[in-house]
Design a protein around this ligand. Structure first.
Ligand code: URA
Length: 423
């Protein structure tokens, strides 16, 4: 992203957790060709091209499937084959009528076939060509719940907004995302044809049990309104003595550093942030002199204030090595808690949790490229953070980002505490 653009507007988008419409609905693919039906061409070979949304939508649920198959193409209606029958039956068992209570669309609205004329999975490019229609349908219907059935559905609705490795449906299934871009609950789960295939081998398959539970949880969300997240305030400070006035019983804190290893020569803590509530954080460049740092050190040593971090080992080691002090009263590690609550791979990053728990898909893309050392470096290397600081408003971006990290850590810790503590 261009760091030189006027900051206020750009940052507003970041603070609200919104991707700009321009970014979510990119009109062109690499090479400059427009995403369009002509770029896809499936409409030329099927019997029911441009299949319309189908269903009476009484409970405001939108199902995003993969693609029409042969039977759907012949009849002009979604979910008419084997997978569709399983979906209809399972929904019914959960009190939902697939065609009365929901509206049904697919990632591509025309049937994809292979050379022998058999059904096939749509390619990513076909899904991208059809994404605009999917987004338009969502905008038109304003569903309370969007169920993403399988990998292509995941790619269609999330692939363009998630700048990191998307991974597969196993990582995303089961989360009910209060998506701030659509103000709908976005609920990914398996595609019924996968469940159908597993059931043929084992009629008590665990996948079926998990799938049904995912669907049940998603349907329950239809009655829960989505909390619109309040724009947090990141207060950039120079004089750290204000930290001495914090009265909160807990804070989350976060560092941006020059790399991963505090012991390596040349490494240092560039800036830090302290969130004292779910909506407010102080953010500051780390002063050079001991005297100026002291209010922060006093806060870290204060036994009456509980400390939260995402991967506390990281903040703890940097504090020890670079600030020469210990952290007193560690209370919560959001990364560890995430792993304890759900041990699937690829889900513990703060960015992933901020998306699945709070529906904010991106607040980092301006600074993320500068915080990694690049492909050819090792764990001891310096990252590009100083490069960021040479950009106009680079320090401002960094401090805002750092502040948001600790705010989201605090929000996540509170959420996890409320989930875990009853046990
Ligand atoms: N499979 C899908 O993904 N969608 C349909 O409409 C039918 C089968």
């Amino acid at each position: 992203m261009d760091l030189c653009k006027p900051i206020e507007n750009k940052f507003k988008e970041v603070m609200e957790g919104f991707f700009s419409k321009q970014e979510t609905s990119s009109k062109t693919r690499p090479g400059g060709r427009m995403y369009s039906c002509h770029g896809c061409g499936l409409y030329k070979t099927c019997k029911s091209p441009f299949m319309k949304p189908y269903g009476n939508f009484k409970k405001k649920i939108l199902n995003l499937g993969e693609a029409p198959g042969e039977i759907e193409d012949n009849t002009g209606k979604p979910w008419q084959g084997k997978a569709g029958r399983l979906l209809q039956r399972t929904y019914k068992e959960l009190g939902i009528d697939l065609f009365e209570d929901c509206v049904n669309i697919n990632t591509v609205s025309c049937r994809p076939t292979d050379k022998e004329g058999r059904n096939r999975t749509p390619s990513n490019l076909e899904v991208e060509n059809c994404r605009k229609r999917v987004l338009r349908t969502i905008e038109e219907y304003k569903p309370r719940v969007i169920i993403l059935l399988g990998n292509p559905a995941l790619f269609s609705l999330i692939g363009h907004r998630w700048k990191r490795d998307l991974g597969g449906i196993s990582k995303w299934r089961g989360w009910t995302i209060p998506d701030q871009d659509f103000m709908s609950w976005v609920c990914p789960t398996f595609h019924p044809s996968y469940v159908e295939r597993v059931l043929e081998i084992d009629d008590e398959s665990v996948e079926y049990i998990i799938w049904k539970r995912d669907l049940k949880t998603a349907f329950e969300r239809a009655n829960v309104s989505i909390r619109k997240y309040v724009e947090p305030e990141v207060e950039i400070i120079e004089d750290l003595s204000i930290l001495g006035r914090i009265t909160a019983h807990q804070v989350a804190f976060d560092y941006e550093t020059t790399g991963l290893k505090p012991h390596m020569k040349g490494h240092r803590i560039v800036c830090a942030s302290v969130a004292d509530s779910e909506n407010h954080a102080y953010s500051f460049m780390m002063p050079k002199s001991k005297k100026e740092k002291q209010p922060f050190i006093d806060l870290l040593r204060n036994p009456n204030i509980r400390k939260i971090a995402q991967n506390m080992k990281y903040e703890d080691t940097w504090t020890n090595v670079r600030l020469g002090t210990e952290v007193v009263n560690w209370g919560w590690d959001t990364m560890l808690a995430t792993h304890i609550m759900d041990n699937r791979p690829g889900i513990t990053s703060l960015k992933f949790q901020v998306f699945v728990q709070f529906g904010i898909s991106d607040y980092e893309s301006e600074v993320a490229p500068y915080l990694s050392a690049g492909d050819n470096k090792d764990g001891n290397s310096l990252n590009n953070i100083f490069n960021l600081l040479t950009k106009p408003k680079g320090a401002y971006y960094l401090l805002k980002y750092c502040g948001l990290d600790s705010i989201y850590e605090l929000r996540l810790a509170n959420l996890q505490n409320s989930d875990i503590l009853p046990f």
